[in-house]
Design a protein around this ligand. Sequence first.
Ligand code: SAM
Length: 241
Amino acid sequence: MLNFKIYSLFPEMFPGSLKYGLVGKAYKNKIWNFETIQIRDYSKYSGNSVDDKPFSGGAGMILRPDVISESIEKTTTKEELKKSIKICFSAKGKVLNQSLIEKFKNEDSFILLSGRYEGIDQRVINHYEFEEVSIGDYILNGGESACIVFMEAIIRVQDKVLNNPETHKHESFQNDLLEHDQFTRPSIWSAPDGSSYKVPDELLNGNHSDIEKWKKANSEQNTSKNRQDLWKNYLKNKKND
Ligand code: SAM
């Protein structure tokens, strides 16, 4: 079974949205499990304090390395620490993408650390060899929502989670392309203001080759419009093919 051990100051935020939909069903079916650890329970300081002022000066507080270390040492075996993928959520980490999810897809044990305040003392991150992962170029108040995003992305690529595993093959980020636009019934939709919208003809005529051509062209259009970084990679790989 896929296991997540989560260190947080707000363990009650889990499983949060992971209770719902196919990921929630996978939890009920024991495809994945999680355990939360309240970091604060391992503080020996007055009022169970977990943070202190940064040595560099500046605003905010930093999570103390000794408290985090104590929480880890008291709740994890050496063996578990060694075999687990250890991730700390941080805006200064490497940005999460589908390739990273694919890299971790077959792992079955994750130790996840969520920061709060201005972040975590770097020494404890380095000591336990946590990989720092960001979910995007913006600042959240805490790592818990990043952790939930990470878990959901890992869980949905597990075998038996999606109803149709073929889905993975046609989703955004495969081969550096975003997905093509999607349409369903009705083939002509009248919006409340009277505007009328038709599904592209190529998708309606039942010709498989026309449909594939349209999907590819539309994927390329979406990628060049919205993601120049992926588009450049795609063009480079296409040239080398
Ligand atoms: N001072 C930090 C900086 O400038 O990078 C921001 C700290 S943030 C207010 C508090 C916590 O939220 C971080 O320790 C981290 O765990 C989490 N966090 C914030 N933004 C994140 C992001 N983009 N991805 C992952 N975690 C994030």
